[in-house]
Design a protein around this ligand. Structure first.
Ligand SMILES: [Zn+2]
Ligand SMILES: [Zn+2]
Length: 245
């Protein structure tokens, strides 16, 4: 079962969010959410993580909502390296995000990769495989990973999730299950699709609903996620085996 009274990806003033952690938690409490994950963007040079962790823990004791503390980092390359500060400690999860295209020689902007595809120096298949492989390799970082808005980049590259071979998705779902990692369903990016999520659910990977909110007034409001949950939990869903009588 997928928990819907949660928002597992909300930004605060520690990175590019408008509202403070306390304001975000207050909004979540008002909405009757059970869980909220504070997620802020980090890079290799980020130095505020200890202050951030302390603030999430401080607010957690003042609210009925269970707060988790996570950071979001860009996938850098096919090896699965992430743009993380050295010595990261005490966070509950790392959100591995495809903000740029992680290729063998490092991250590339979507417009660069789109041009490479159209001039024929890189194929769509190679790009899709690079994104999936980078994501799978990032799961070995040694801290629980949440796969953030998987495939959100594809529309910017002129590609769609339907083009990702099911075999690649099955392999990623298996690695995610084996490593005890999780995957989010993103309201903001309206991805991944039910086709992508089916193999994860089938293997028992926990799906997390998230808005990727950058302001408190969008926390916990779902339309896309609601429809995905309904489709995945429908007895007609082809990805689920039918319940035994
Ligand atoms: Zn992101
Ligand atoms: Zn985010």
């Amino acid at each position: 079962m997928i928990q819907v009274r949660q928002d597992m990806h909300v930004h605060s003033t520690f990175s590019d969010g408008r509202d403070t952690i306390a304001e975000n938690a207050a909004e979540a409490e008002c909405l009757g959410l059970i869980e909220l994950t504070c997620v802020d963007h980090v890079r290799a040079g980020t130095d505020w993580v200890p202050d951030y962790v302390r603030e999430v823990r401080r607010v957690n004791v003042t609210t009925a909502v269970e707060l988790r503390c996570a950071v979001e980092a860009k996938l850098l390359d096919v090896a699965g390296n992430l743009d993380l500060p050295h010595g990261l400690q005490n966070v509950d999860a790392i959100y591995a995000a495809d903000h740029q295209v992680p290729l063998i020689d490092g991250p590339h902007t979507p417009s660069e990769v789109k041009a490479m595809i159209s001039e024929g120096s890189l194929s769509a298949e190679e790009v899709l495989e690079a994104i999936v492989t980078a994501t799978a390799n990032s799961l070995r970082v040694g801290c629980p990973v949440v796969i953030a808005h998987l495939f959100s980049l594809l529309p910017k590259l002129g590609l769609s999730e339907e083009q990702v071979p099911l075999m690649l998705i099955e392999e990623l779902a298996a690695s995610t299950a084996d490593s005890g990692s999780q995957i989010e369903v993103s309201e903001r990016w309206r991805c991944p699709s039910t086709r992508t999520l089916g193999p994860f659910l089938k293997r028992g990977v926990q799906l997390l609903l998230s808005t990727d909110s950058h302001r408190s007034d969008t926390i916990g409001r779902y339309d896309y996620c609601q429809r995905v949950v309904e489709a995945l939990e429908s007895p007609m869903a082809p990805q689920r085996s039918s319940p035994t009588p």
